[in-house]
Design a protein around this ligand. Structure first.
Ligand code: EPZ
Length: 428
């Protein structure tokens, strides 16, 4: 298995292009199951999770063809045409679901279109137990009969789903997406209250509208969907990745560098921009993205709490912690979304950080510098926080389990080394 070797201490300067958001692309791909016409998605990132979703959809009878340039300057593999003609197989097998929890996003659309879906129950994962009970309860409210059998969710709605008022007891991104897709083909009106407002949910809703769905309240916490008989094909460009954007913004800040992030959108990342600005990072809009620099003196500690959008994203918590580890003063970082998302803490401490965890909060006391070490992490964002720490650390940092990074960051080492980082992939 490959590892990543970083020799830290080089300020990053240059330009990085931000790709399409993984967490928007995955539900968008699943939405192809809602129609027998082609759904064409552009600006897809090249990531392991995208390939896993493509494989799962193929298993479910979706024809997946890759196009080259769709007029938007994309190149081979960035544009997928997904056509769900043959819906005879409605089982999402354990082998694929266990690789990627987002596989559960096929449940809502498949059930709505065919009246049946059998999807392996995703297990717990490194960041928490992550049940899907809220997805299932809400689908039951739409009239589905759901049984859990031999590790599988067996959902049926032979006479179709029926609109209902679903009030989510807590905000769930995947739950909102599954229900949004299912409700487009349910009869009558569905209201989703306490819905997730993440930009990736709004991106999905916009694509569904382009496919013929009727949705009101996009971007708000209450969406009203008028069910239609069928949806049709559409073409949609995936929204830029706000987490990739935030991660490279921190790469600029932590190295005392100056990066232009092409395609980045500040309006998708206001909470992150606010925290970075209060820490002393300079962020300005450019014609086609954002410029992020830290040239004026040291970073200052800042407090933050992860929350559903528009709050500070849990997917940026590990990266901001790496930054706060080398800021002046103390910061308190509280994680409210997942119960076990501090696995990067012991690894950052091995690199010289001073971090204490008390329940859901971590107290980070900034140190003058980190030192390189051999480290590993058990999830995507924790792994990238170690890359960020390695970029500023003295000496060599060797990061194991690179496959986590490949799930969510496209050509990470190429993008960073093009801006002056000393980073490379090495075989074990
Ligand atoms: C999405 O996961 C993202 N994944 C995650 O991205 C992200 O961390 C998360 O939203 C929160 O923003 C994708 O979009 C593919 P949730 P999701 O349902 O939908 C609990 C990354 O690094 N919950 O909003 O699975 C759950 O356990 C990742 O890219 C239930 O209890 O998250 C969690 O504590 C990882 N029952 C909280 O809600 C349910 O039925 C929020 O989860 C559903 C969720």
């Amino acid at each position: 298995m490959d590892r990543i070797l970083i020799r830290g201490g080089k300020p990053l300067r240059g330009t990085i292009t931000i790709g399409g958001a993984k967490n928007a692309a995955l539900p968008l791909m699943a939405a192809s199951l809602l129609t027998d016409e082609a759904l064409t998605l552009s600006n897809l990132p090249h990531l392991a999770d995208i390939s896993t979703m493509a494989k799962l959809l193929q298993e479910l009878g979706v024809e997946v063809s890759m196009d080259g340039d769709a007029g938007g300057g994309g190149h081979i593999g960035r544009v997928f045409r997904l056509t769900a003609n043959d819906t005879s197989n409605t089982t999402a097998p354990y082998d694929l679901v266990r690789k990627m929890r987002a596989s559960v996003l096929v449940l809502g659309p498949m059930l709505a279109r065919t009246g049946h879906a059998r999807v392996s129950l995703p297990g717990g994962c490194a960041i928490g137990t992550r049940p899907v009970d809220l997805h299932l309860k809400a689908l039951e409210q739409l009239g589905a009969t759901i049984k859990l059998n031999e590790g599988y969710i067996d959902a049926r709605a032979e006479n179709g789903l029926k609109g209902a008022h679903v009030v989510f007891p807590m905000v769930t991104v995947g739950g909102t997406e599954n229900l949004l897709m299912a409700a487009t083909l349910a009869s009558g009106e569905t209201v989703l209250s306490n819905a997730a407002r993440e930009p990736e949910v709004a991106d999905l809703a916009k694509c569904l509208v382009a496919m013929g769905a009727i949705i009101d309240g996009i971007g708000s916490d209450t969406m009203t969907i008028q069910g239609v008989e069928s949806l049709h094909g559409a073409t949609h460009a995936v929204v830029p990745d706000r987490i990739e954007t935030g991660t490279y913004a921190i790469a600029a800040a932590i190295t005392g560098g100056d990066l232009t992030l092409v395609g980045a959108r500040a309006d998708l990342s206001e909470s992150v921009v606010r925290v970075l600005t209060s820490a002393g990072v300079e962020i300005s809009k450019t014609g086609n993205g954002l410029r992020v620099a830290r040239t004026n003196g040291p970073l200052k500690g800042a407090d933050m709490m992860t929350e559903p959008y528009p709050g500070f994203p849990t997917d940026m918590q590990a990266q901001i912690m790496a930054l706060m580890a080398v800021a002046k003063g103390a910061s308190m970082i509280t994680e409210t979304i997942f119960e076990n998302r501090f696995m990067h803490v012991p690894e950052l401490c091995r690199m010289g950080a001073d971090i204490n965890v008390h329940g859901a909060s971590a107290i980070v006391r900034g140190v003058d510098g980190l030192s390189g070490a051999e480290v590993m992490a058990t999830d995507l964002r924790a792994s990238v926080s170690l890359v960020l720490a390695g970029l500023t650390a003295k000496g060599e940092t060797l990061i194991n389990r690179v496959y986590h990074l490949d799930r969510g960051y496209e050509r990470l080492e190429d993008k960073l080394s093009a801006c002056g980082a000393d980073i490379k992939r090495v075989p074990e």
